[in-house]
Design a protein around this ligand. Structure first.
Ligand SMILES: *Cc1c(COP(=O)(O)O)cnc(C)c1O
Length: 424
C-alpha cells in the first residue's frame, strides 16, 4: 500500500484518516482521491536529499495539473515544469511563481513564447534550432532578454516503455548533444537571449538510476566545453522521470535518485556551486492518488469473467494507452454474497481496449468499491469525455478533512460550447 493509504478496522481502504467509502458516499464514483501528506512527503524527501546543495524541484504540471495540487506544491516552494501556456496559466492561478517555472515542449507557439516572456518565465527549455531562432526574434521584438536552456538529448536508453522514452537520438525531443555547442555559441552572442543552463529529460517511469547518472555525466561534459568557451551557466536541469511502484517494480527511493546526481556533480569543481534542478511529476503525484470506482455488474464466463466498474478508459487511460499494470485493491465491501474469481476489470465504454486491469483474483460483489492505486499522476490529467462521460470529481484528503478540489462535471457542461446549426 502506498504511504498514507491503509486499512481501517473493518478492512476497508483509508486515505489518511478518511474512509474510501465515506468519500464515495459524499462525492459519488468514480472519484479521484489524493493524500496531501503523500504529496508533501515525496516533495520533501527529494528536497532533503539535496542537503546543503542549491537545488530547485520543478514539479511537472502535466502529471496532475489540478490547481489544488499545484497550490500545495507552491506553498512548499516548488518550481514548476510546464509544456503549454495553459499550464502556466494554471500555475499562476494556483499562486505559483512564473519566475520559478521552466517551459518545455517541442512545439511552443509564438503566442505561447510571448505569453511566457510577458509572465516572466524562469527559463525556456529550447528543443530545436528553429525554436531558438523564433524565441530570439520574439524577445527582440519585445525588447526583452529571454532566459534559455537547450534541452539536449544525451542519447541514453532510459529502458522504459517506448512511448515514454524521450532521450534517444531518434525521438522528437531535444537537440542532439553533439549539435548543441554551436547553438550555445550563437545564443550566447545574441543580445535578446540569456543562456542560463542545460536541460535534459530522458524518459518517464525509470526504475533504475544508471541512465539518470549517465545523462548527468554527459550534461556535465557539455557544461565543461561551454565553460572553455566562456559560457557560464546558472543551473543544470536534469529532468524528471523518477519511477514509482505500480505493482512489483522496485524503483529507487528519493535519496537514491538524488545520490545518483550528486555522485556526478558534487565531485566536479565546475558543478560544485551550480544549482541542480529536477522536474519530477509522477514521483510526487503518482503514489498520492487513487481512482475509486464501484463494481456495477459481475459477468462470470467460461473463459473470461468480467467485473464491470463505473470507471473507464476515459477516466484513467494508462492501462489502455500503455498497457500499464496498476494495482487494483478492494476499497469497501458491499453487503451480500461474494463471488471468487479471476476478473477482467473493465469499464462501460464501447471499446475492447477499455480495461483497467486484467486477470485480477478477487472475491467481488456488485456494489463493492475498488481503488486503482498509483493513479495520482497521468490519471485525471489524461482523462477525456469520450462516450459523453463527465470526468470524475477530485478530492484532496488532508488528515481527517476532504477538500473537493474539482467537482464532477455537470452533464450539460459537456455540450455547453456546442451549437445547433442555424439553418434547417
Ligand atoms: C513529462 C515530463 C516530465 C515529468 O516526467 P515524470 O516521469 O512524470 O517525472 C519532466 N520534464 C519534461 C520535459 C517532461 O516532458
Amino acid at each position: 500500500m502506498p504511504p498514507f493509504f491503509s486499512r481501517n478496522d473493518a478492512g476497508d481502504l483509508q486515505i489518511e484518516q478518511v474512509d474510501a467509502s465515506e468519500i464515495v458516499a459524499r462525492y459519488n464514483s468514480p472519484t479521484y482521491v489524493y493524500s496531501r501528506a503523500a504529496i508533501e512527503s515525496a516533495y520533501r524527501a527529494l528536497s532533503e536529499a539535496f542537503g546543503e546543495r542549491a537545488h530547485r524541484i520543478c514539479y511537472a504540471v502535466k502529471a496532475n495539473s489540478n490547481i489544488g495540487i499545484l497550490s500545495v506544491l507552491a506553498r512548499l516552494g516548488a518550481g514548476f515544469d510546464i509544456v503549454s501556456y495553459g499550464e502556466l496559466a494554471r500555475v499562476m492561478a494556483a499562486g505559483g511563481d512564473p519566475g520559478r517555472t521552466v517551459f518545455s515542449g517541442v512545439g511552443k507557439s509564438a503566442a505561447e513564447i510571448q505569453g511566457a516572456l510577458e509572465a516572466g518565465i524562469g527559463c525556456l527549455n529550447v528543443e530545436s534550432e528553429a525554436e531558438l531562432r523564433r524565441i530570439a526574434e520574439i524577445a527582440s521584438e519585445m525588447q526583452q532578454k529571454a532566459p534559455i536552456s537547450l534541452r539536449v538529448n544525451p542519447d541514453v536508453d532510459a529502458r522504459t516503455h517506448p512511448y515514454i522514452s524521450t532521450g534517444l537520438k531518434d525521438n522528437k525531443f531535444g537537440i542532439a548533444i553533439d549539435d548543441a555547442l554551436p547553438l550555445y555559441e550563437w545564443a550566447h552572442a545574441h543580445p535578446a537571449l540569456e543562456v542560463t543552463g542545460i536541460d535534459c529529460h530522458i524518459g518517464s517511469q525509470l526504475t533504475d538510476v544508471s541512465p539518470f547518472r549517465d545523462a548527468a555525466e554527459r550534461v556535465m561534459a557539455l557544461a565543461h566545453r561551454l565553460a572553455e568557451r566562456g559560457i557560464t551557466l546558472e543551473h543544470l536541469d536534469l529532468g524528471g522521470g523518477l519511477g514509482i511502484r505500480y505493482t512489483d517494480e522496485t524503483p529507487p527511493a528519493a535519496a537514491d535518485w538524488i545520490e545518483a546526481i550528486r555522485s556526478v556533480v558534487d565531485a566536479d569543481p565546475l558543478a560544485r556551486e551550480l544549482p541542480i534542478w529536477i522536474e519530477p511529476g509522477r514521483f510526487i503525484a503518482g503514489p498520492a492518488g487513487a481512482l475509486l470506482t464501484r463494481v456495477e455488474y459481475l459477468k462470470p464466463g467460461e473463459h473470461k469473467s468480467f467485473a464491470i466498474v463505473d470507471a473507464a478508459m476515459n477516466d484513467l487511460m494508462r492501462p489502455a494507452l500503455y498497457g500499464s499494470d496498476m494495482a487494483i485493491v478492494p476499497a469497501g465491501q458491499a453487503p451480500g454474497e461474494r463471488q471468487p474469481g479471476t476478473w477482467e476489470i473493465v469499464g462501460p465504454i464501447c471499446e475492447t481496449g477499455d480495461f483497467l486491469g486484467h486477470e485480477r483474483a478477487m472475491d467481488l460483489a456488485e456494489g463493492d468499491l475498488l481503488a486503482v492505486l498509483g493513479a495520482g499522476a497521468y490519471g485525471f490529467s489524461m482523462a477525456s469525455n469520450y462516450n459523453t462521460r463527465p470526468r470524475p470529481a477530485e478530492v484532496l484528503v488532508d488528515g481527517g478533512t476532504c477538500h473537493e478540489i474539482r467537482r464532477r462535471e455537470p452533464l450539460d457542461s459537456l455540450w455547453a460550447l456546442e451549437q445547433l446549426p442555424t439553418t434547417d
